[in-house]
Design a protein around this ligand. Sequence first.
Ligand code: GUN
Length: 296
Amino acid sequence: MMAKIIDGKAFAARVREQVAAHVARLKEENGLVPGLAVVLVGEDPASQVYVGAKGKQTVEVGMNSYEHKLSADTDEATLLSLIDKLNNDPAVHGILVQLPLPGHLDSDLVINSINPAKDVDGFHISNVGLLGTGQKAMVPCTPLGCLMMLRDHHGSLSGMNAVVVGRSNIVGKPMAQLLLGDSCTVTIAHSRTKDLTAVCRGADILVAAVGRPEMITGDMVKPGATVIDVGINRIERDGKTKLVGDVDFASASAVAGAITPVPGGVGPMTIACLLANTLTAACRANGLAEPKGLTA
Ligand code: GUN
């Protein structure tokens, strides 16, 4: 039987509606408008597209968007000075420094200079530590989006076997922490994993975040499993450029119980969760109740 398609585009639209409704209430009842500052260094075309989309959606849900575009040769002191200014600006509740940064800048140093309470990417070492110890953290947007879709599909995830393929700091590791937090039995697999097929076939929940086009095929999927495809890969096929995930959709969807497509699965959830995190940060900064269903 063909798997149920988990529609991330529709889900993200619902998340944005929830955020917009909460933002409208904050404005009316507390005179508070959440603000998100996005910092882009250089002219990387893909980053420019992301930053443009973030700014547009931030304004659409009623929040303030502050864009800071710096030239590719910006030095570290200038960037750190801007972040310091944003850290101390009460109108800014979320700060995002678009990655990758140009090679002469130390990404870890830059990210760790952001006030952790404003770190809406959840990349600061404090937030990584808080998440790993089950404390209230800012949670990375892409894994948070995956968690929301899994909770929506399954209700409780307790006791399920989850396999995360990929060990990046941005997706694989925080995804594993979130699944552990929801009482899954979690395995992190990667390029050196022995018999990846057997490991993946043990998964009730299979999250693919390896960055290799269509690597996870149907024979690696347990019948009825839920497959979350985080990959976004551009490939050439039949003379055309095509967007594919880390999962071979055709073969995997014939075996899985539910699956996210690419495009239209995890992708749209990332910015929706960034908006949710900005709202959460604004609520926490002002001692107000956090939005329900939009945090880990
Ligand atoms: N570049 C690509 N994705 C992301 C993201 O989620 N956050 C940041 N800061 N940069 C990115």
